[in-house]
Design a protein around this ligand. Structure first.
Ligand code: GLC
Length: 467
């Protein structure tokens, strides 16, 4: 029976691989009745998110103890029995989510997305449907409830990350991502005997129901992730449509990522999620620009990683934030707390650096997006734009000597200032042809008269008040 189920599963996976392209194209236009939403309604639902632009990702779990990547169980093919030593000793005695929330707020982060369960299956809340949760470790506490309360108290919106993948659940069929995967099909078949995707799906539904009914309004849901095809899992295995329907019925306003493998539809996701790279331009789906949120790390790993040395500088992180907004996106920047329950010194330094910059420059981030085409970016600059306030923000990555040429900007703005200290920047359009002390600019150009010394901030910003 089990064997038959497994074979049927394999056949379904193969069938899915071969018929998927047609099914997908056909499906793109058909919206199930429960998922119908007018574009303006969706825009309204996502308005806070599009405005706020900057969030904190938190990856936390018992993998903070090995401290060498949240995928350690799979990377090192650790058996359940051996991974148990972390569960038995997890005791984040310094956990104080109010401190995290204050650090996030100071850094200008307007929402948080926290891992309620990662791929290792460990749950940070007091779920009714598993024993594999923080309350059963020496920590003895639900870690999500106080976090939600603390971040809300700082005016920060709440997002939950929930791993679709589960390397601990006894019903989750072993696939090519699983720590117990082997290239011996017979061994996999034997290990999968008795596992039931049907039961695992009920487990996911029960957990998502808990997460979406016990903690008040949830603003973002980050489901992670799909890898359809042979020995993988995608929308057919998750029954993604059913999951999304459940989610929408419980929290109609929640903003959902695109990792349910429903990219072939226009209704199965709210935003796309480029991870650990910077898109060249505003991402599109079927030719249309779509809402996007890039998730990035301080150092490469999401979970706390003690021995990782590829930490980005504060300046790199500021530029990353600016560049994301300059292409119309959101940045979800990750911090992986230690198993004591704090952000380590390197993370604190980055957060403080961001806080220093955001204190004076958040106006070029919140409510901003890509600048209209008519404004070309000056040399070595990134632009953001606030349509409502009619301001253009020029982020100067390399401080030029005295003159910044704004190509074709003549008549387009009426005042310019440095954002960090609101000091006026004078400008001119007329140069004297043939003068040996000024450069002749092209017709329509404006030359900003910059101070010789670069302002003492990570990335200086010039604010233009548009006509
Ligand atoms: C990936 C990884 C995961 C991380 C996530 C963040 O899907 O599997 O470890 O949580 O990206 O987006």
């Amino acid at each position: 029976m089990i064997r038959r189920l497994f074979i049927a599963g394999c056949m379904a996976a193969v069938a899915c691989m071969t018929v998927a392209p047609q099914a997908r194209t056909a499906g793109a236009g058909e919206t199930p009745a429960w998922a119908v939403e007018a574009p303006e309604k969706k825009q309204e639902r996502m308005a806070w998110w599009t405005h706020d632009r900057f969030g904190m990702f938190i990856h936390w779990g018992i993998y903070a103890m090995p401290a060498r990547h949240e995928w350690v169980k799979r990377n090192e093919k650790i058996a359940d029995e051996d991974y148990q030593k972390y569960f038995e000793r997890f005791d984040p005695d310094l956990y104080n989510p109010r401190q995290w929330a204050a650090q996030a707020r100071a850094a200008g982060m307007k929402y948080v997305v926290v891992t309620t369960k990662h791929h290792d299956g460990f749950c940070l809340w007091d779920s009714d449907v598993t024993d594999y949760k923080s309350t059963n470790t020496p920590c003895g506490k639900d870690l999500i409830a106080p976090l939600v309360e603390a971040f809300r108290a700082e005016g920060i919106r709440i997002g939950f990350y929930y791993s679709l993948i589960d390397w601990h659940h006894p019903d989750f069929p072993i696939d090519r991502m699983h720590p117990a995967w082997t290239n011996d099909p017979e061994a996999v078949k034997a290990a999968n005997a008795g596992r039931s995707m049907e039961r695992y799906r009920s487990y996911m539904k029960a957990q998502l129901t808990e997460l979406l009914t016990r903690f008040g309004a949830i603003d973002e849901l980050f489901l992670d992730f799909s890898y359809p095809g042979e020995n993988g899992k995608g929308h057919q295995e998750w029954r993604s449509e059913e999951l999304l329907r459940l989610i929408r019925s419980l929290q109609p306003q929640v903003i959902v990522d695109n990792r349910l493998d429903l990219d072939h539809t226009d209704w199965g996701w709210d935003f796309v999620t480029p991870e650990q790279f910077m898109p060249r331009e505003w991402p599109t789906v079927r030719g249309r620009r779509v809402p996007w949120e890039t998730c990035q790390t301080f150092s490469g790993s999401w979970g706390y990683h003690r021995d990782e040395y590829s930490w980005k500088s504060v300046r790199q992180l500021v530029v990353m934030l600016v560049e994301t907004v300059s292409k119309g996106g959101n940045l979800l920047l990750n911090a992986g707390p230690t198993a004591r329950g704090v952000f380590d010194g390197r993370a604190v330094e980055r957060l403080e650096g961001l806080a220093r910059w955001m204190r004076f420059h958040d106006r070029s981030i919140y409510g901003c997006t890509e600048a209209p085409q008519e404004f070309a970016a000056p040399q070595n600059c990134l632009l953001t734009y606030n349509a409502e306030k009619k301001r253009l923000y020029i982020h100067v990555l390399e401080w030029p000597f005295k003159s910044l040429h704004l190509p074709g900007y003549e008549g387009r703005f009426k005042y310019a200032q440095l954002l960090n200290d609101a000091s006026e920047i004078k400008y001119s359009t007329n140069t004297t042809p043939g003068s040996h002390t000024t450069e002749n600019s092209a017709a329509g150009d404006v030359i900003l008269d910059l101070p010789v010394n670069c302002p003492d901030v990570e990335v200086p910003v010039i604010e233009l008040f548009l006509e």
